[in-house]
Design a protein around this ligand. Structure first.
Ligand code: SME
Length: 148
């Protein structure tokens, strides 16, 4: 199954999983589990905006750093820019925060509510060059549709 086909099969499942639930934490928990299981990523999870920091939210994978300042790391930069960042090689991203030395590539997708970033989805891979515009397209679509 191609990556596109996997996303096409998974997105409606995720949408039905979260559509009956208004609690953002519960939905982040199930979304991270569904993505992590389907793709076998190294780390899949959320950071929530709390004041001037991102604070660790629901995730699947090894333990991770709990707080990331605005503009720091891939996550804080995606928050600052308000746009998705794809990092093919984390060693080449200045300021990358290494929660795990096994992480080689990464995608961070900001999640908006009322025009403000309220959280980011962060996915890490143990291989280089895992993420591209296909991942970006489907992951952004997931949060646009849900508005979560
Ligand atoms: N690498 C991220 C930090 C979070 S962990 O990867 C889970 C960053 O640079 O923001």
């Amino acid at each position: 199954m191609s990556k596109e086909e996997k996303y096409q099969a998974l997105l409606p499942q995720i949408e039905s999983l979260v559509s009956g639930e208004t609690d953002f934490i519960a939905n982040m928990a199930n979304i991270s589990a569904a993505l992590h299981e389907a793709f076998g990523f190294w780390w899949t999870g959320f950071y929530r905006v709390e004041g001037k920091e991102l604070v660790l939210g629901p995730f699947q994978g090894p333990v991770a750093c709990t707080r990331i300042p605005f503009g720091r790391g891939v996550c804080g930069t995606a928050w600052e820019r308000g746009e998705t960042i794809i990092v093919p090689n984390v060693h080449e991203f200045a300021g990358h925060i290494a929660c795990s030395s096994a992480s080689k590539s990464e995608i961070v997708v900001p999640i908006f509510r009322n025009g403000q970033v309220i959280a980011v989805l962060d996915i890490d891979s143990a291989a280089y060059n895992t993420f591209d515009t296909i991942d970006q397209c489907y992951l952004e679509k997931l949060f646009r549709q849900e508005g979560k």
